[in-house]
Design a protein. Structure first.
Length: 297
């Protein structure tokens, strides 16, 4: 028996091409996100590209610095890349969605003992960085004229070897700065991984992007929320319900034990501890917190 699908009858299959970091800090989280979106791809450690088996998606594995250019040139329709790279490269691409991983900040740091009172400290000094475009923008905004030394790696050693008085580099935990006797004095960009797209996507690719985006947003929402189940004395039920935001309103079920109810709801990560404490004070017991896999509103 032969089955004819719409896609086959419409000619060659329409696909989305997405660029992902080949190896490095964003690789694993990028692949994980696609998997959480239900997209199966074989890992491309030594591969340049891979095809999803259950979604019309082709994945290109590239250096992160090259991803904005490939997306501008439509070699890839989409890319997962850090905002720091997007804004430094300044290519003609659109940022579609923040992805919630690869979080860091682009900061200025100086020697620990320096008396830094503001950006004017850098006036006529040397600043080493791999981010000359973003650094220059910051210095111009501050009306500071400094010498920018562009280096491609190990920026944090520059003050120690007498190459510069300050640096502008990515920071996450701050331990690299600390270990090199430096202190963070200005944050010039907060960054995380984002989904970028080519500015002239064809209609068919645009509709596939919307499908992918819907899945990404459902995964993100689920990560930012917890499912909470608790037992509440009926005497305090009203107060307990008023503390719970929920998707619509909480589910309330009677317990076998008279005078008690089971209450189910969804709480966002940022309000979580605050609400849990208030729930306990209001008499809630047996509070269970469960992760949510997908959340479709
Ligand atoms: O080979 P390719 O060019 O693809 O990779 P890469 O070596 O250029 O990049 P990679 O894998 O190091 O980083 C990829 C992206 O991860 C960056 O562009 C950022 O968007 C994001 N990211 C998040 C970070 C960090 N956190 C980070 N901490 N990128 C780099 N760092 C470095 C930083 O440069 C410094 O050397 O980590 C050090 C500081 O870390 P802490 O924790 O000591 O503060
Ligand atoms: Zn890179």
């Amino acid at each position: 028996m032969s089955i004819t699908t719409n896609q086959q009858s419409a000619g060659p299959e329409v696909k989305l091409k997405i660029a992902v970091q080949k190896s490095g800090r964003l690789h694993d989280d990028s692949i994980r996100l696609l998997k959480e979106c239900g997209i199966d791809i074989s890992n491309g450690v030594n591969k340049l590209k891979s095809e999803a088996s259950n979604f019309p998606l082709e994945v290109f594995f590239l250096r992160d610095d090259d991803i904005p250019q490939y997306v501008e040139d439509a070699v890839a329709d989409l890319g997962f890349v850090g905002e720091n790279v997007v804004y430094e490269k300044n290519k003609k691409v659109d940022v579609v969605e923040k992805l919630g991983f690869g979080k860091c900040r682009l900061s200025i740091a100086v020697r620990k003992g320096d008396d830094y009172t503001g950006a004017s400290f850098l006036q006529h000094k040397r600043v080493a960085t791999s981010y000359p475009v973003l650094l220059k923008k910051f210095l111009d905004e501050q009306n500071v004229s400094a010498e920018i030394h562009e280096i491609s790696g190990s920026v944090e050693i520059a003050p120690g070897i007498g190459l510069a008085e300050g640096i502008c580099d990515l920071v996450s935990s701050g331990s690299t700065l600390f270990m090199n006797g430096l202190k963070e004095v200005e944050t010039i960009l907060l960054s995380q991984a984002v989904l970028i797209k080519n500015q002239q996507l064809a209609l068919a690719q645009q509709s596939l992007l919307e499908k992918l985006l819907f899945r990404i947003q459902s995964v993100k929402k689920a990560k930012n929320n917890k499912y909470v189940l608790l037992n509440a004395p009926n005497s305090n039920l009203k107060e307990i319900i008023s503390l719970l935001p929920g998707m619509k309103s909480p589910t309330v079920l009677p317990l076998a034990q008279q005078g008690w109810s089971s209450v189910h709801s969804v709480i966002s990560e940022d309000q979580f501890w605050d609400i849990i404490e208030k729930l306990k004070t209001a008499g809630a017991q047996g509070i269970l917190v469960v992760p949510i896999e997908k959340m479709i509103i």
